[in-house]
Design a protein around this ligand. Structure first.
Ligand SMILES: C[S@@+](CC[C@H](N)C(=O)[O-])C[C@H]1O[C@@H](n2cnc3c(N)ncnc32)[C@H](O)[C@@H]1O
Length: 404
């Protein structure tokens, strides 16, 4: 027979007290801690954890970020270029929504032009003063590396406007016109800057928002979309079937491998790799009980996340060709899951694989997209979008690496 618990055994050992007859066995009360102690909701545990860690990390910015995460998030409408996009764009513009990607591209062009004018002016003045006429870099030159794919179009309502898009409707061929997503999720895809005929790997692809955005560039030579979860991969199939015509879908290979082993399977193959890892999904964790990683039963899984993220990023780096580019992203504010993972990966790539990895400067994204998103300026590596009540997107961290 199974041994009785210490507490219950003690109760049973007690004899008659003050002449009373022993308590009949059936009335003995055994406290069931697991079922009777009040269960703290996972959302509350998440908020408590974030209050402790993010108040240190974000300091005076945390209360505003916290308030935004507890409010309804904002969406962007990623236009489907495989549907009659011009018509839909006109309809969205009538609602006062604007395409933030085209606006950033326009801004980048303006900077380019004014930087060219400034460079020309300096050149002329140097020539006039007896210089050798060599081009002098202007102060704005890092911004000119801005790479904004003009094919991706995503509409958002202006700052402070909390209007919502209505669900997308299918065209005569059954293809949906736009996909509603956190607009900040497009930034890792834009940072990847897919060029024509690039071989692209989306290592953790499901449910598929970023895969869909990668296909909107119209540039992928081949796209490998992988996700370890079969059930989530089904959602990826569903999204591709709803948005992408068959002939384009056939250029995408969908697999369900454990991404950590990808480097061994197909090392040194891809021009561009997106590593959009599982994380504490901060906004979800403070709002939804279902599938919440702060659930007591998932403590171990949560604690192991940085290790899983590191292994996935390493696999992504190994899957890239020499000179290939990797974008790492999470939807968490956590430094442990963001910069620390990137730093560890760079270190391991160098020491264990003799691969040098450089971090690409993406600070121009802050300037390009400042009208749409609220950025944190304190990241050591990479960029972080902070939720804010006037621009309630994110959190979204992304960092771009280039393999030497
Ligand atoms: C943040 S989600 C990806 C979201 C997706 N990129 C999108 O934009 O819709 C992280 C994904 O990683 C997947 N994942 C977790 N562990 C993995 C592993 N070992 N290998 C590959 N995928 C994994 C999860 O199933 C989950 O779908």
């Amino acid at each position: 027979m199974a041994a009785r618990s210490g507490r219950a055994a003690m109760l049973l050992r007690k004899g008659p007290v003050l002449g009373l007859s022993p308590v009949p066995r059936r009335y003995l009360y055994k406290k069931k801690w697991a079922t009777t102690s009040p269960r703290i909701p996972a959302t509350r545990l998440a908020l408590h954890h974030f209050d402790t860690t993010y108040s240190l990390q974000l300091q005076e910015r945390w209360p505003a970020v916290r308030a935004a995460m507890l409010c309804e998030q904002k969406y962007g409408a990623l236009l489907n270029n495989f549907a009659p996009a011009d018509l839909i764009a006109q309809q969205l513009e009538l609602l006062s929504a604007t395409d933030f990607v085209s606006e950033a591209a326009r801004r980048a062009r303006c900077w380019q032009e004014s930087a060219d004018v400034e460079a020309e002016r300096r050149k002329t003045s140097l020539e006039g003063s007896g210089g050798d006429g060599t081009m002098v870099p202007t102060e704005t030159s890092p911004l000119l590396h801005a790479s904004v794919s003009s094919n991706i179009k995503c509409y958002t309502f202006p700052r402070g406007d909390i209007s919502r898009f209505r669900p997308a409707w299918p065209d005569s061929l059954g293809i949906l016109s736009y996909y509603l997503m956190d607009a900040a999720s497009l930034l890792p895809v834009l940072a990847l800057n897919v060029q024509l005929d690039d071989l692209v790997l989306d290592l953790c692809a499901a449910p598929g928002g970023k895969t869909l955005a990668l296909l909107q560039t119209g540039a992928c030579g081949h796209l490998a979309a992988n996700d370890v979860s079969f059930s989530r991969t089904k959602r990826l199939y569903h999204i591709l079937n709803s948005y992408i015509p068959k002939e384009i879908r056939e250029t995408v290979s969908i697999t369900s491998h454990d991404g950590r082993n990808w480097g061994e399977l197909q090392g040194g193959t891809f021009h561009k790799v997106l590593v959009d890892v599982p994380c504490t999904t901060d906004r979800h964790s403070v709002m939804e009980e279902e599938n919440n990683i702060f659930h007591k039963m998932r403590t171990k899984e949560r604690q192991m996340l940085p290790m899983l993220q590191l292994q996935l990023l390493m696999a992504g780096i190994l899957a890239a060709k020499p000179e290939g580019e990797v974008v790492y992203s999470t939807c968490s504010l956590s430094q442990l899951q963001n910069e620390h993972v990137v730093e560890r990966a760079i270190d391991i790539a160098e020491t264990q694989f003799n691969i040098t990895v450089h971090v690409e400067d993406l600070s121009h994204f802050r300037m390009l997209f400042q009208d749409t998103f609220c950025f944190f300026s304190g990241c050591r590596l990479g960029e972080l979008v902070l939720p804010h009540l006037t621009a309630n997107f994110g959190p979204l961290y992304f960092c771009k690496l280039r393999r030497a």
